[in-house]
Every structure is written in structure tokens, then in C-alpha cells.
Design a protein around this ligand. Structure first.
Ligand SMILES: *Cc1c(COP(=O)(O)O)cnc(C)c1O
Length: 395
């Protein structure tokens, strides 16, 4: 077997990339997978090598063959100049934002952002002298009107956490780059497989590896990838914070990486099957899934995304909280819990109204977010069917 040439590597399709990326078997005695390197100290063979920058690895916080394997693979998959790993998806968000802002700056953040992202802006960045303006996720190129002389970054997320608004990322990026802003995107839902972030104008892309990269609800991990422009600044921030991921989690994420496309495509198929079925249910008022033609952001999704994942939301017909509680308590297959992207189906009630500031969240009925796992959808439908009956009885 010969080593993958750069020429071959550059033309590989995503599934082949996922199998080969970040692996150097002959650096590991021929073993297929890069092992878990546990380590803080890295020995320098000579006095001179301490200072002449000839050592590839210098200290555990700066990287190991295990972390480098995932970073390399993720950059290849994302079309990025470089990637850093962090101990959680939220840590990846804060790392990306700390890379792009300084005291006195102003940033623009989509009103549909993951809630802990807002908390970071409202509680931490504010304290450090950075102000935030939230904007309507459907504003598109209109964000240009919100740019102030001290605005340095715009944070997007498509679709919106829980509420699933779509964003015209290329239009926002174009407007932002005209004024020298950094475009940061939380790309956890689509992953680089369904939305190549840097090709679409994103400077710093975040992924919660906790979700589809892991795929098994058994680890926490974050990734930030950067284009050429932002890579040196991202790497510098990463080295300053030394907010690095644990070796076992990185090893498990590498294992997840090899099957990520298979799992994601299956999740897509399963979720679409469930979403179409839910659209026919009398208990459901609205299905918030961007791949459905009924969704407000469907055209943006169709233009910019090559797939959809297993997470979407529904709005039920009006009913009291006790009916929602009775329904969710009756489910036997859908678990109630946060996070998503694993093999198992989940449901969680949500309400964005207390914290929205640029838009109003006032659905006509209770809202539920569904994560569709790898179970047989006939069984999932039977489970929800039972749940809906309880819901009706308690309305
Ligand atoms: C879960 C999630 C995160 C955070 O990931 P953790 O690893 O749980 O910290 C970030 N963004 C989105 C959209 C998420 O769903």
C-alpha cells in the first residue's frame, strides 16, 4: 500500500475522506487507528532541539498524535486551513468568539443562537467591554445596516437552535466581509458534510463534536475550524487558553468520524420520514424542519445545504402544560434529555420567548424538539401515537 498522495487526497469524495483522513498507519507500526497518546511531558532528544523548533510535539496542551489526527481530518473535511479541539462544543464557541473580539468591540449575533452563546455574550463579553446586538435570523444582507464602526464579528447559526430559522449565510458573509468583520458560524446541525462552512464565507466554524461526530452520547468535544485568514489568530488564542480536549474523547471522536456520513444520512432519512408523518397528525400544528417545502427558510436550505440532520421541532395544537407533561411521561422510546446526534431518539419541550430580543417567539401551541435516532420509525410512530392520545385526553 502506498501513501495517499496529495493529488489523490484532493479529489476524494467525503465518504472516502472520512475513512482515510488523519490516519498514518505506518507511523503506528501499521495499526489502522492512531492510538490514545496520553501525555503532558514530551522529551527533547538534545539541548539544541529545545530551542531550534525542530520538535513536532512539545507539550501535551499543544497537541499529540491523537489530537493532530482529528484536527487534520476535520480540516480536510471542512476545507479549513486549520482546526483546534476543545473539551465541549460550548468551549469551542467561546474560543472562537475570544479569537475575534477585544474590549470596546461590538458584535452581531443571530437572535436564534444556541442559548449558552447568548449567555456568554450577555454575561461574560459584556463584562469584558464587548457589546452585542441580536438580529432577526432572516435579515440576510440587511445585517449591513446594523454594523457600527466598532463591530468586529457576526455570529450565525443555521438552522436556529430549537426554533429552526434558516439564515442566508453567504449574503451575511458578503456584507460582513465588506466591513472587515469576522464571520463565526455554529455549524453543529448540518456538519461540514451538509454545509461546507468556509466555502460559504464562514471564517471560524464551530462544531459540537458531542453530537454527530461522537454519535453515541458518550463524550463531550468541540471543534473550531478556520480559513487561511483566521487560522493564525485562532491557533494563538487556543495556545493562550490551553483549553484542550482529553485524549480518550478525541480517540472516540475519531472512531465516530469513520461512520459519520452513514449515520447522518440515516438520521436524515429517518427524520424526514417522521417529519412527513407528523405533518399529517391532527395534534401537530406545524413541523419546523427546513427540508420541508412548508418551512419559511426552505429555499435557503435547498440552495446552500446538501442535506438535513435528525433534529427538528414541532408545534402542537394548543393545550395545557399538564397535557404535554402527561404525553412526554407516557413515551417509552423517546427519552427526555438535552443534547442530540446520538443513536437514540429524544424529545424536549422548549420555549424561546423569555430571551428573544430581536424577534418574537410566540407559537400558537406548545413546542417540542425531536431528535430522531436509529430505531425503526414504525416503532417511533407507535410511541408518539400513544403519546398523542394521552395529549388529547388531557387537553
Ligand atoms: C449542543 C450544542 C452546542 C454545545 O455542545 P456541548 O458539547 O454540549 O457543549 C453548541 N451548539 C449547538 C447548536 C448545540 O446543539
Amino acid at each position: 500500500m502506498s501513501k495517499l498522495s496529495n493529488e489523490t487526497r484532493n479529489v476524494l469524495r467525503s465518504r472516502t475522506k472520512l475513512v482515510h483522513a488523519g490516519r498514518q498507519p505506518f507511523d503506528q507500526h501499521g495499526f489502522i487507528n492512531t492510538p490514545v497518546y496520553r501525555g503532558s511531558t514530551v522529551l527533547a532528544p538534545t539541548y539544541e532541539s529545545l530551542f531550534d523548533h525542530s520538535l513536532h510535539f512539545t507539550y501535551g496542551t499543544k497537541g499529540t498524535p491523537t489530537t493532530e489526527a482529528l484536527e487534520t481530518a476535520w480540516s480536510e473535511l471542512s476545507g479549513a486551513a486549520g482546526t483546534v479541539l476543545s473539551p465541549s462544543g460550548l468551549a469551542a464557541i467561546t474560543l472562537a468568539m475570544m479569537t475575534a473580539v477585544k474590549a470596546g468591540d461590538h458584535i452581531l449575533v443571530t437572535d436564534s443562537a444556541y442559548r449558552p452563546t447568548r449567555v456568554f455574550c450577555d454575561r461574560y463579553l459584556k463584562k469584558m467591554g464587548v457589546s452585542t446586538t441580536y438580529f432577526d435570523p432572516y435579515l440576510g444582507a440587511g445585517v449591513a445596516d446594523l454594523i457600527q464602526p466598532n463591530t468586529t464579528a457576526v455570529v450565525v447559526e443555521a438552522p436556529g437552535s430549537q426554533s429552526f430559522e434558516m439564515q442566508d449565510v453567504p449574503a451575511i458573509a458578503e456584507a460582513a466581509h465588506k466591513r472587515g468583520l469576522c464571520v463565526i458560524m455554529d455549524n453543529t446541525w448540518a456538519t461540514p458534510l451538509f454545509f461546507p462552512p468556509h466555502e460559504r464565507g464562514v471564517d471560524l466554524a464551530i462544531e459540537a463534536g458531542t453530537k454527530y461526530l461522537s454519535g453515541h452520547s458518550d463524550l463531550l468535544l468541540g471543534l473550531v475550524s478556520a480559513n487561511e485568514d483566521w487560522w493564525p489568530r485562532l491557533r494563538e488564542t487556543f495556545d493562550i487558553f490551553a483549553m484542550c480536549a482529553g485524549p480518550e474523547d478525541v480517540f472516540l471522536a475519531l472512531r465516530g468520524l469513520r461512520t459519520m456520513e452513514l449515520r447522518l444520512k440515516e438520521a436524515e432519512k429517518q427524520a424526514l420520514d417522521m417529519a412527513h408523518w407528523l405533518e399529517t397528525r391532527p395534534e401537530v400544528q406545524q413541523v419546523l424542519h427546513p427540508a420541508l417545502p412548508s418551512h419559511r427558510g426552505h429555499d435557503i436550505w435547498k440552495r446552500d445545504f446538501s442535506g438535513s440532520s435528525g433534529l427538528f421541532s414541532i408545534i402542537l395544537q394548543p393545550g395545557p402544560e399538564k397535557a404535554v407533561a402527561a404525553m412526554l411521561n407516557s413515551l417509552e422510546l423517546f427519552g427526555m434529555g438535552y443534547s442530540w446526534g446520538g443513536f437514540e431518539s429524544l424529545v424536549i419541550p422548549f420555549d424561546c420567548s423569555p430571551y428573544r430580543s430581536a424577534t418574537k417567539w410566540s407559537p400558537p401551541g406548545p413546542a417540542l424538539r425531536l431528535q430522531i435516532g436509529l430505531e425503526d420509525t414504525a416503532d417511533l410512530k407507535a410511541d408518539l401515537d400513544r403519546g398523542f392520545e394521552i395529549y388529547r385526553r388531557n387537553c
